[in-house]
Design a protein around this ligand. Structure first.
Ligand SMILES: [Zn+2]
Length: 493
């Protein structure tokens, strides 16, 4: 609903801008025209454009900052891009015919989806999405502009398109100057955007990899997770014994929680292996509340339906165990049984102390015993999918109240977005595809390819470039449509 409101607000703002724009233009409102000319802003249908020549001189000056290093760096950029171009094309061609299996049943599988604004993107992550898009497209365009300046090609203008609320930067370099350059220099300018994206992605990756070390002075890392949010009115937070924001969780059942990854692994394990408990014979005898055994939807039940705190347990006997005095099914108070157990049974249902009792639950229900710092264990009975949807945790547990886990989480999330967008933009731009750098790269390479066996006819080379770029565009179109469809379906169902 929040997302829908945002779409409505942005649409209304655009419609108002369009209305006032057409009114002022039709009235020949001179101050308005002067304002648009001075600022370089133009208003189009659900699109704003900002065009400026203010940075042209500044960009020309940057060629004097380490020109040798920059030139060498752009040389490497050409080699890397020429490797990426065919690799990405082949990988995308394979991706058209391959759909990855959905191997996780928990919330983490969402990460495999394409992040689509308005569809799979959580509303709170839209600012990260927009900032990453601005940073990556500006660094890309700066790459072209600086490489052009190094080769004495002037930059005509720099600008940003705001399509709905997604920003895309662009640079206009002088095409006449550029076409007069030698092939290698032209390739350096064409590949510079992709190279800048790759360098940005690598720098962000290195920073992300060192976040645990950098943050270790302020946060306990790799030891537990902290609850950062719980959905309102969630059954998880009910009562004093429920889960609360800032609770620090160390274990789910007998699985140690150290990070977000182990948090999801432990939840997954809780679904796959329902826990069983080692209980003393005296305890079960004293607390058994069994009624007549019945079958409810093919699930054995031995408790009174009015008794909501108790669950029917199955007494699992080992082959060599001859203690058959206890009945096979016993109704026990779930919290009290877990608290009085001497531990979990092994995977083979063996106990060091006491005997093994397994709660009888349907396949979609599981028991989660959450061990917390400074508090009693929290016991949750329900679907672990619901649990993971209702509870959000952070692996950055603050050492003092001065720091919030949100600070470190926001930095990590921003870095992740920057990495994905940097490598994503680099890959897409390297594709031989209309509207991207790959299109111009293919054209430049074919027209400068000198080989006696290769036809030197301009028309035939144009036709070859047309064929390669059309092929790349079709592949990209099919892949984008397929990915959007899978993500949409995955999100709706
Ligand atoms: Zn580019």
């Amino acid at each position: 609903m929040e997302l829908f409101s945002l779409i409505v607000v942005v649409s209304v703002l655009y419609l108002m801008l369009l209305f006032f724009d057409s009114v002022f233009k039709s009235c020949m409102h001179h101050p308005y025209d002067a304002f648009l000319r001075k600022t370089g802003i133009s208003i189009k249908f659900f699109r704003l454009q900002w065009h400026t020549t203010a940075f042209n001189r500044l960009i020309l000056k940057w060629r004097y900052i380490c020109p040798r290093l920059l030139s060498k760096s752009f040389d490497i950029g050409v080699y890397v891009t020429l490797i990426i171009l065919p690799t990405v094309t082949i990988l995308l061609l394979i991706s058209v015919f391959y759909t990855p299996p959905k191997n996780s049943v928990l919330g983490e599988s969402v990460k495999l989806q394409v992040v689509l604004p308005f569809v799979t993107l959580p509303i709170e992550e839209i600012p990260y999405y927009v900032i990453a898009l601005i940073v990556c497209s500006v660094t890309h365009e700066l790459g072209h502009a600086i490489a052009a300046a190094l080769e004495d090609v002037p930059t005509r203008a720099f600008g940003v398109h705001l399509v709905f609320f997604l920003p895309f930067a662009y640079t206009e370099v002088d095409q006449e100057y550029m076409s007069g350059l030698r092939i290698w220099k032209r390739l350096k300018i064409l590949c510079a955007g992709i190279w800048h994206n790759i360098v940005t992605g690598m720098i962000c990756y290195l920073i992300l990899a060192s976040v645990p070390q950098l943050a270790s002075s302020f946060y306990n890392i790799n030891d537990s997770v902290i609850v950062t949010s719980i959905r309102p009115r969630s059954p998880v937070s009910a009562g004093n014994k429920g889960l609360h924001v800032h609770d620090i969780i160390t274990h789910i059942n007998d699985c140690k929680v150290r990070s977000i990854k182990t948090w999801f692994n432990c939840l997954q394990e809780a679904i796959q292996y329902q826990p069983a408990y080692c209980l003393s014979t005296d305890f079960v005898r004293a607390n058994d509340e069994s009624v007549l055994v019945s079958h409810n939807n093919q699930i054995i039940d031995c408790c009174d339906p009015k008794n909501k705190k108790a669950i029917c347990f199955e007494h699992i006997l080992e082959k060599f165990d001859d203690d058959t005095e206890l009945p096979q099914f016993m109704c026990l108070d779930i919290r009290s049984s877990i608290e009085h157990s001497s531990g979990y049974c092994s995977r083979k249902h063996r106990c060091r102390e006491g005997q093994c009792f397994k709660p009888i639950l349907d396949n979609s229900t599981t028991i989660l015993q959450l061990q917390r710092w400074y508090q009693n264990d929290m016991i949750y009975i329900g679907h672990s999918n619901d649990f993971s949807r209702n509870v959000k945790v952070s692996e950055f547990v603050p050492k003092t109240s001065w720091f919030s886990p949100h600070i470190a989480d926001s930095i990590s999330l921003m870095l992740r977005y920057l990495i994905v967008f940097s490598f994503g933009l680099a890959s897409i731009n390297a594709m031989p595809c209309y509207g991207f750098d790959g299109q111009h790269l293919v054209h430049a390479l074919l027209h400068n390819f000198k080989n006696p066996r290769f036809p030197n006819d301009k028309h035939r080379k144009d036709m070859m470039a047309l064929g390669i770029n059309t092929f790349g565009t079709v592949i990209l179109f099919i892949l984008v449509t397929k990915t959007l469809w899978i993500s949409l379906i995955g999100h709706l169902w």
